[in-house]
Design a protein. Structure first.
Length: 220
């Protein structure tokens, strides 16, 4: 496995959702898996998965992949106009800890450009135009950042620590989908969030449960 440099999150490391999706696919598990990131996934580095552990060439554990139960972490949908309105107020457009993020970075014209803004009830929502090539890792990535933006605040960045996802179906290339996120619990530096991805006709395509961890400064 190699996380290509274009699929970065924080500078110099892989986007957490994309990386976790790559690791989950490599596991070949027949059911849902949970991926725990033990260190920032390195870019352009050959990674191996053995006995549920993703390791770098030096043998350091990058992530752990474990079978898990269906997270059933469904966030209610909103229609596309509501998602567009929320996205127009995406706080990351003016203050983003990692503006080059492949998924939600405003500085990435070649990224997924998912800009989750807050709804009145505290959930996040954003449109998501599926790219020309869609894999399960694409969906894991789309389920990543909208959860983080339910807790990220100015001067308090978070990074993904753990995620479990179910991809029931892939969106069609070019589909304008909607992704929603919500914080469901938090303690100290950790926040538990849920995210869901919906097809243009409202069909639930995928859902995830994730733990995000606050960091003192950008770069984690």
């Amino acid at each position: 496995m190699i996380i290509e440099s274009r699929h970065n999150g924080p500078p110099g490391s892989g986007n957490g959702g994309w990386s976790a999706g790559v690791f989950a696919a490599a596991s070949g598990a027949p059911g849902p898996v949970e991926v725990t990131l033990r260190r920032p996934p390195p870019l352009e580095t050959l990674l191996t998965l053995v006995d549920g552990e993703v390791r770098d060439p030096e043998g350091l554990v990058v992530a752990q992949v474990r079978p898990t139960e269906d997270p059933r972490a469904v966030v209610p949908p909103v229609d596309l106009p509501a998602a567009r309105a929320a996205s127009a107020a995406y706080p990351g457009l003016v203050d983003h800890p990692f503006p080059g993020c492949y998924v939600c970075g405003p500085d990435r014209p070649d990224g997924l450009r998912i800009f989750p803004g807050r709804l009145p009830d505290g959930r996040t929502a954003a449109p998501f135009r599926a790219p020309g090539s869609v894999t399960s890792a694409t969906v894991w990535a789309a389920l990543d950042c909208p959860g983080g933006w339910a807790v990220i605040a100015p001067g308090r960045p978070y990074v993904l620590g753990r995620i479990a996802a179910v991809v029931a179906a892939l969106p069609e290339p070019g589909d304008e989908c909607v992704v929603t996120g919500a914080m469901v619990d938090g303690e100290g530096r950790k926040a538990l969030v849920h995210t869901s991805l919906y097809a243009p006709d409202g069909t639930l395509l995928a859902w995830a449960r994730a733990t995000w961890i606050a960091v003192a400064a950008a770069g984690g």
